[in-house]
Design a protein around this ligand. Sequence first.
Ligand code: HEM
Length: 176
Amino acid sequence: MGQAQAKPAPGEINKVCPISGKPVDPSITVVYEGKTFAFAADVCREKFNAARENSLYHKLGGKAAIDAAVEAFYVKVLADDRINHFFNDINMNKQRRKQKEFLSAAFGGPIAWTGKEMRTAHANLPGLNETHFNAVAEHLQKTLQDLKVKKELIDQVMAIAASTRNDVLNRPNKAK
Ligand code: HEM
């Protein structure tokens, strides 16, 4: 992929350091996937770089790979009569965008999830149950297999998906 990136306008750069939460020093930046991130200190930039390099997000292939996977995933979901009725009145462009953002953040990508909690997002889906969740998980797994993602990484993705199960199904979380 081409690395030449246009310089962002100053207003487009974050003002709060994503690592420390402190105001940024605009001279301490890194460009990742075409987006400039600013930090409060060098150590924050190093932590950010290390987190990205080690993330499942990066190992899966970053934004392009996750975007492509979510597109293919919803083709399967919408073709499945066990679950497609849940999406009848849903704006699917928005849904695809949100799912890309959610999964990217859950896999350790550079941008935090600012959408709804999973419990709230799925609270108004009457009849949503275990069978539906399993169907969605099945499509996610099959999508990644189709895209020839390594089994080890698919297992990590499926563990993250499974961790949302109680929230998506609005069941109590087990006591720790
Ligand atoms: C791995 C499990 C799942 C994950 C990670 C997930 C993720 C998400 C996300 C990120 C949103 C958008 C939240 C927002 O608007 O901020 C969402 C909404 C939604 N999800 Fe899921 N979901 C999962 C399972 C399911 C299942 C099993 C179904 C039904 C078969 C489902 C149906 C929906 C619907 C219909 C919406 C739109 C709700 C609305 O806009 O009112 N999801 N989900």
